[in-house]
Design a protein around this ligand. Structure first.
Ligand SMILES: Nc1ncnc2c1ncn2[C@@H]1O[C@H](COP(=O)(O)OP(=O)(O)OP(=O)(O)O)[C@@H](O)[C@H]1O
Length: 315
């Protein structure tokens, strides 16, 4: 359904490639998590599928079509086969829930009769029946994301791309969104979701493609993911922890992710926080300011968000 053949792209000549010789294939009907730390190339991958950019090297095929050969005037039609959901919902706040979803059908010339049938069907699928007349501002974040998903699938795309769709949502609401994405996938839509959230990845056990500095470093079926260095007591060093586990050290490699394993299984962020608290660690879940909390798990050149939080800095 999606095939990348030796794809490389840099945003400008001076910078390192955002994607570097990426080759992979996503089959029809698959559910794939695209993971990796901030700046690893996840969004760039999705943008290439959408043909927002053309590759410099290599080829991107979507539904059997080489996207480089889609002329500009045909791009809107090409994109009808792809639904997309973003972290920040991107709804039209002056339109009702019904009108937001209907709009996606109107712009491609669907009939009123089709809109009257299809919009209620997808709103029911995402659990929003009864809320058709609300404005987005009258909905919770999770409900707004459901509207965005309904809008993305109302024209029955073969592919649904999701770029951090749970990034603004709490764990319970996120789980509800994942149930919906899973249901859409079970109805036959290929789903590719970019995320940092290891709790979600580990609860779903789907294929995981991990990017680091634009390269694919892992591609595994029914996989787990550890999105950040472990939260360790201040006295312990990351290098010592990693060495004792035989894991790669983050020293000198800002994108390195050090798995935290007690019993061989990667831990979720919550499990790590509990372990750290039990060990007298200082980076508890509650102690982090909201902006840093949002970026928990991201690894910056100077260290993890947790380290910045401990030092009272902003990354
Ligand atoms: N519009 C742009 N112009 C210049 N460089 C860009 C642009 N967009 C992304 N980049 C760079 O390309 C690289 C990959 O970025 P990308 O947004 O694909 O990463 P990501 O994995 O999606 O990150 P995040 O999880 O933070 O969204 C990064 O080094 C980033 O700085």
């Amino acid at each position: 359904m999606i095939r990348f053949e030796n794809v490389s792209i840099a945003y400008d000549r001076k910078s390192k490639p955002a994607l570097d010789d990426v080759s992979l294939e996503v089959n029809r009907g698959e559910f794939v998590f695209l993971v990796g730390s901030s700046g690893s190339g996840k969004s760039t991958f999705l943008r290439l599928v959408l043909r927002e950019y053309k590759t410099e090297h290599g080829q991107v095929y979507v539904a059997g079509q080489n996207v480089a050969n889609v002329p500009s005037w045909r791009v809107p039609k090409f994109r009808r086969g792809i639904g997309i959901v973003f972290q920040d919902f991107r709804l039209i706040n002056t339109k009702t829930v019904f009108a937001n979803v209907a709009y996606a059908m109107q712009v491609i010339g669907k009939s009123r009769a089709a809109i009257r049938t299809e919009v209620p069907r997808v709103l029911e699928l995402v659990g929003l029946e009864g809320k058709e007349r609300r404005l987005p501002t009258e909905l919770s974040g999770g409900e707004q994301q459901r509207v965005a998903i309904a809008r993305a699938i109302v024209n029955q795309p073969g592919i649904l791309l999701a770029d951090e769709p749970t990034g603004n949502l709490d764990p319970t609401t996120s789980a509800g969104i994942m149930e919906i994405l899973d249901r859409i996938n079970q109805n036959g839509t290929t789903v590719v979701m970019a995320t940092h959230d290891d709790d979600i990845v580990n609860s779903m056990r789907k294929r995981v493609i991990e990017l680091r500095l634009g390269r694919v470093v892992r591609d595994e079926a029914r996989a787990q993911y550890t999105s950040m260095m472990p939260i360790v007591p201040a006295a312990a060093t990351v290098g010592a922890s990693a060495a004792s586990q035989g894991a790669p050290t983050a020293a000198g490699d800002p994108s390195a992710v050090v798995p935290s394993m007690d019993d061989g299984a990667p831990q979720t962020r919550r499990q790590r926080a509990v372990s750290a608290a039990a060990a007298g660690g200082t980076a508890g879940e509650e102690s982090m300011p909201p902006r840093l909390e949002r970026n928990r798990g991201r690894v910056y050149p100077g260290g993890t968000v947790e380290e910045f939080a401990r030092n009272g800095e902003q990354p």
